[in-house]
Design a protein around this ligand. Structure first.
Ligand SMILES: [Zn+2]
Ligand SMILES: [Zn+2]
Length: 263
């Protein structure tokens, strides 16, 4: 296998998924260590709900974006913020069937992150956010499924392919406001034929934005009998913490009848 990958690397030299520079033929990874260490979320304070870095000092490990949110998954973890080179790589991953290797590389990176961050969770299987039949046919693949297959292979966990079905064609989430996203996603997914009763599941997608897709999928899995649903995404969009810091603004947030101000 190693010989094969060495030969294929000579004919098709690997590029870094982030900066697209060529990597040495002996390198086993499709990314430069420099890019990875620059881009990975490094904050020691990570929101225990969405996986975003907490940039505004406060007493609890929940970010301002999640302050008024309730999700149906237990927790999300993410590797990167959805911006710059990471955003470009994720767009490239969705752009062409020839770029499925980008999804697989992200899956390898995510598997490592999951094994560290969820070391105390015993998963029974992996589920991914499905595409509608129409979209999958048009694109030819679902990037979340490829990421899930890579994670499953590395962590030795089964990927439960028919656990979730997207049965309602919805406008692309990226074109909608956050309130519209929630409404749009409502009732778009349902549990499939795979039995998830009493299972502890790991739900995978590429990007977490408002969390409404993951939350709806987790809701359907729980309704179908799943015990717990944890989630993992390649990236998360920037939250209110980062926006406030970058704009130097104070933000008033009301949570459980208490009012917080960012500094
Ligand atoms: Zn690079
Ligand atoms: Zn959060």
């Amino acid at each position: 296998m190693k010989v094969l990958s060495f030969i294929s690397n000579i004919f098709c030299p690997p590029k870094c998924i982030f900066c697209e520079k060529l990597i040495g033929v002996n390198c086993q990874n499709n990314y430069c260590e420099k890019c990875l260490s620059e881009l990975i979320i490094k904050s020691e304070r990570i929101c225990q709900m969405c996986g975003r870095p907490i940039e505004v000092p406060r007493g609890e490990l929940i970010c301002f974006t999640c302050a008024n949110e309730r999700y149906n998954f237990s927790r999300n973890i993410a590797l990167f913020l959805y911006k710059g080179k990471v955003k470009d790589a994720i767009i490239n991953m969705k752009f062409s069937a020839n770029n499925q290797w980008i999804a697989y590389t992200f899956g390898e990176l995510l598997a490592d992150h999951i094994s560290k961050q969820y070391s105390d969770v015993g998963f029974d299987g992996i589920v991914y956010v499905p595409s509608s039949k129409k979209r999958q046919k048009k694109r030819g693949y679902n990037q979340a499924e490829i990421i899930a297959l890579a994670v499953g292979k590395i962590l030795g966990l089964p990927v439960l392919k028919d656990a979730l079905i997207k049965y309602k064609e919805t406008p692309k989430q990226s074109t909608l406001s956050s309130a519209e996203r929630r409404k749009n996603i409502n009732g778009s997914y349902k549990a499939g034929e795979t039995d998830v009763t009493d299972k502890v599941l790991l739900l995978i997608d590429d990007v977490l934005t408002t969390g409404s897709t993951m939350s709806e999928c987790a809701k359907m899995l729980t309704k179908a009998g799943a015990l717990l649903v944890y989630s993992a995404t390649i990236a998360v969009t920037e939250g209110w913490d980062t926006k406030c810091r970058l704009r130097g603004k104070r933000l008033k947030i009301t949570r459980r009848n208490s009012t917080y101000y960012t500094k």
